[in-house]
Write a protein that binds this ligand. Structure first.
Ligand code: E4P
Length: 261
C-alpha cells in the first residue's frame, strides 16, 4: 500500500514524507489554527466573499503548501453541506481547481473529495469527464463502492473506523477485533471486487482507529493515516516506509496489479 497522510499539518508531512495527503474541512481548521500560520490564513479568509469562499481559500492555501512537499495527490474536500446537491458540488469543485490553478498547481495533482451520495457520485462522474480527478469519501457500503467504480472515479476512500465505531455503539458486547472488524471486512470486499472485475479506481482505506486495522489492510492500493497512527507506524518500523507490504498474504489484500495512474 502507498502511505498517505490524513492531515493538513505541514510539520507532520515534512516529518513523514508520505506519497499523498488528504484533508477535510475539520483537518483544515486544525491546521489553520496553528500559531505560525494563523495570522496569514486569517488575512486570506478576510478577503473572501462568504464563509464557503473563506474555507476554500484557506483549504487551497494549505493544499498548495502541501503539494510542494508531497510528490503525489493532494485531496481537498467540497463541503459536506453540499453533499445532496449535484450542481452546487460541481460549481464548488471547479472553483477549487481554478484556485489551485492560480497557485500554479495543475488539476492532475489534486483530488477533489466529494461525498459518495447519489448526487455526489453524479457530480464526480461529470468532473472526471472534465478532467477533474475525484476522491469519493464517506463511503461505508459495497453499493456506494459499486456506483463509484461505475462512474469512473479516480479513487474511493472506504471508511474503516466509523463502521467499527457504529458496530461498537450498537453491540457493546460484540467482538470486533482482528478479522472480525467490520470496517476491515468492508474494505477487503470492495478491494477484491474491484480487482476481480478490472476496475481502475484506486481503493484507499480511510478512517483508521488502530494499527491492527492498518496492518490488516496493508496491500490495499493506498491507506490514508492520521498523524498519531503514522507515528505509531514509524515507531514499529524504526522509520516510515512509503509503502506497506502485507504482513500475511493469506489474510491481507493482494498487491495491486494495475493501479490507475
Ligand atoms: C479521509 O478521507 C477521512 O476524512 C478521514 O479518514 C476520516 O476519519 P475519521 O473517521 O477519523 O473522521
Amino acid at each position: 500500500s502507498t502511505v498517505v497522510a490524513d492531515t493538513g499539518d505541514i510539520d507532520t508531512i515534512r516529518r513523514f514524507t508520505p506519497q499523498d495527503a488528504t484533508t477535510n474541512p475539520s483537518l483544515i481548521l486544525q491546521a489553520a489554527q496553528q500559531e505560525n500560520r494563523r495570522a496569514r490564513l486569517a488575512e486570506i479568509a478576510c478577503h473572501s466573499t462568504d464563509i464557503d469562499d473563506a474555507l476554500d481559500a484557506v483549504a487551497v492555501e494549505i493544499g498548495s503548501e502541501i503539494s510542494a512537499l508531497v510528490p503525489g495527490y493532494v485531496s481537498t474536500e467540497v463541503s459536506a453541506r453540499l453533499s445532496f446537491d449535484t450542481d452546487a458540488t460541481l460549481a464548488r469543485a471547479r472553483s477549487l481547481i481554478e484556485r489551485y490553478d492560480r497557485h500554479g498547481i495543475p488539476p492532475e495533482r489534486i483530488l477533489i473529495k466529494v461525498a459518495a451520495t447519489w448526487e455526489g457520485i453524479r457530480a464526480a462522474r461529470q468532473l472526471e469527464r472534465e478532467g477533474i480527478r475525484t476522491n469519493l469519501t464517506l463511503l461505508f457500503s459495497f453499493t456506494q463502492a459499486l456506483a463509484c467504480a461505475d462512474a469512473g472515479v479516480t479513487l474511493v476512500s472506504p471508511f474503516v473506523g466509523r463502521i467499527l465505531d457504529w458496530h461498537k455503539a450498537e453491540w457493546p458486547d460484540g467482538d470486533f477485533s482482528g478479522d472480525n472488524d467490520p470496517g476491515v471486512k468492508s474494505v477487503r470486499r470492495i478491494y477484491e471486487h474491484y480487482k476481480g472485475h478490472g476496475y481502475r479506481t484506486i481503493v484507499m482505506g480511510a478512517s483508521f482507529r488502530n494499527m491492527g486495522e492498518i496492518q490488516a489492510l496493508a496491500g490495499c492500493d493506498r491507506l490514508t493515516i492520521s498523524p498519531a497512527l503514522l507515528g505509531e507506524l514509524a515507531e514499529t518500523q524504526g522509520h516510515l516506509e512509503r509503502r506497506l507490504v502485507p504482513i500475511d498474504a493469506e489474510t491481507s489484500a493482494p498487491e495491486p496489479q494495475d493501479e490507475a495512474e
